[in-house]
Design a protein around this ligand. Structure first.
Ligand code: ZN
Length: 331
């Protein structure tokens, strides 16, 4: 185990990893030491030190430090085990990402064979068949994925490791609408929304990746940020292609750094207007955090009790939503 960890760290130098994730050193401390802004907390004066020789970091601002594994764990908000899986996957990406491709294609094929899934999409206000196809939306009826993947020669262990099946061999996704989450073209996770009584949201036990479809959204100077993929889908359907999603209201440092990579970007936060105020509180905290990064953050108010998805499903038009954007409060 310890040997494997050492090998992993040697194959992915910390500095190289940080630079791949847009970290820029602003000055050199000593020969091997570099200093820059901390990717793990918000700051204006650089206090994040990287020792390239020792492959270690330390931040004098938030007091956190360690090796590559520790950094990835904090940056993507993962468990130790998930972090190792993510790094192993970066080194040998092919089998898992192929497996997720095959799975997503299988679920996509199932969608049109299950009227209950199509009915569910309609009920959520999603009816544009081209968009459904383009997003690769599928349906997991449950109980038949394992047989399909075994026929394609995937081992039980790989299926189990990926989280697609349980140790009893059951499908993890059952009666769920599936959205593939891609990063630089590769599927990094699958999100499943229950259409029945089960807990609504489910992701595979791996990184949720960066912001949804960031490759196509990042070129916009004004971006709409929503909580869920159904919110995103109805907004894309209505023509708001500058919409992205963090899958939840808690952004990982990796997702925050994507929003902040272009200063003077405007971000319109359109989270759920819950009765328990959780969405509103999340929006305000996020807006303050973004403002500190030089981002213009606006909070979009929807009619009480609505999220963008339910708003459109209830008959709102693109003009209605544009009106909400125009009235959004800048923090
Ligand atoms: Zn820090």
């Amino acid at each position: 185990m310890a040997e494997n960890l050492e090998r992993l760290k040697q194959r992915i130098p910390l500095l190289e990893y940080l630079q791949r994730h847009n970290w820029k050193p602003c000055r050199a401390g000593s020969r091997q030491e570099l200093v820059g802004l901390c990717p793990l907390h918000q700051e204006t004066r650089p206090s994040f030190y990287v020792n390239a020789g020792k492959n270690l970091f330390y931040c004098h601002g938030c007091g956190r430090g360690g090796d590559l594994i520790r950094f990835v764990q904090l940056f993507f908000d993962l468990s130790f085990r998930q972090t190792l899986a993510l790094l192993e996957q970066e080194l040998t990406p092919a089998p898992v990402s192929q497996l997720l491709e095959q799975t997503a294609a299988f679920y996509q094929f199932q969608l049109h064979r299950h009227p209950e899934a199509i009915r569910y999409l309609e009920q959520r206000g999603l009816h544009d068949s081209d968009l459904i196809e383009e997003m690769g939306i599928g349906y997991a009826p449950g109980g038949n994925l394992r047989r399909h993947l075994a026929a394609l020669d995937y081992s039980f262990d790989l299926l189990l490791d990926s989280g697609l099946i349980s140790s009893q061999g059951r499908d993890s996704f059952c009666h769920r609408v599936i959205f593939p989450c891609r990063q630089r073209g590769q599927i990094v996770n699958l999100y499943g929304r229950s259409i029945g009584a089960a807990f609504p949201h489910r992701l595979l036990p791996r990184s949720k990746g960066g912001l949804f479809a960031w490759e196509s959204v990042s070129s916009f100077s004004a971006v709409v940020l929503v909580e869920g993929l159904f919110d995103l889908a109805v907004l894309w359907q209505a023509g708001f292609h500058n919409t992205t999603c963090a899958i939840g209201t808690q952004l990982t440092p990796a997702q925050l750094s994507q929003l902040a990579e272009q200063p003077r970007r405007s971000v319109y936060i359109a989270f759920d207007q819950d009765d328990n105020q959780a969405g509103q509180k999340g929006s305000r905290q996020l807006a303050q955090r973004l403002r500190g990064d030089g981002i213009r953050a606006h909070i979009v108010q929807l009619p009480q009790g609505h999220d963008p998805n339910s708003y459109f499903a209830a008959g709102a038009t693109a003009a209605d939503f544009t009106h909400c954007l125009e009235r959004a409060q800048q923090l």
